[in-house]
Design a protein around this ligand. Structure first.
Ligand code: AMP
Ligand code: ZN
Length: 115
């Protein structure tokens, strides 16, 4: 999508610190980290949010959650103590970038409930 900042990151049209990449997925460091480890995992194809996912995206979502996320947690050293995966969605979810992204946060103890 032309005006989407995360599509531009996926296409390397704007810089980011990439920590993982494959054909379908890219993960990069959040610009304003909220924890010692804070990366964003996104599908390279533009999907606006969880609400825009289609049945055909099941494999891609399974890949992100079942394969990419645990690999990243291990590679980033947060698997032993734990971490949080967050998907902000829509206005009340405080989603600011309208390209589906999974926050992986770790390296400190998290609070509950989130603000
Ligand atoms: P959300 O509020 O869930 O939509 O999260 C958007 C996230 O994207 C925020 O944590 C921002 O800090 C992050 N962000 C925005 N622009 C960039 C960028 N160019 N590179 C890395 N992270 C970004
Ligand atoms: Zn996009």
């Amino acid at each position: 999508m032309a005006d989407c900042i995360f599509c531009k990151i996926a296409k390397k049209e704007i810089p980011s610190t990439v920590v993982y990449e494959d054909e379908q997925v890219i993960a990069f460091k959040d610009l304003e980290p909220q924890a010692p480890v804070h990366v964003l995992v996104i599908p390279k194809k533009h999907v606006e949010s969880v609400l825009a996912l289609q049945a055909e995206d099941k494999e891609l979502m399974g890949h992100i959650l079942c394969e990419v996320m645990p690999k990243l947690a291990k590679d980033l050293g947060v698997d032993a103590k734990g971490f949080r995966v967050v998907v902000n969605t829509g206005e009340d979810g405080n989603q600011t970038v309208k390209h589906l992204h999974f926050h992986l946060l770790g390296g400190r103890s998290m609070q509950w409930p989130p603000g």
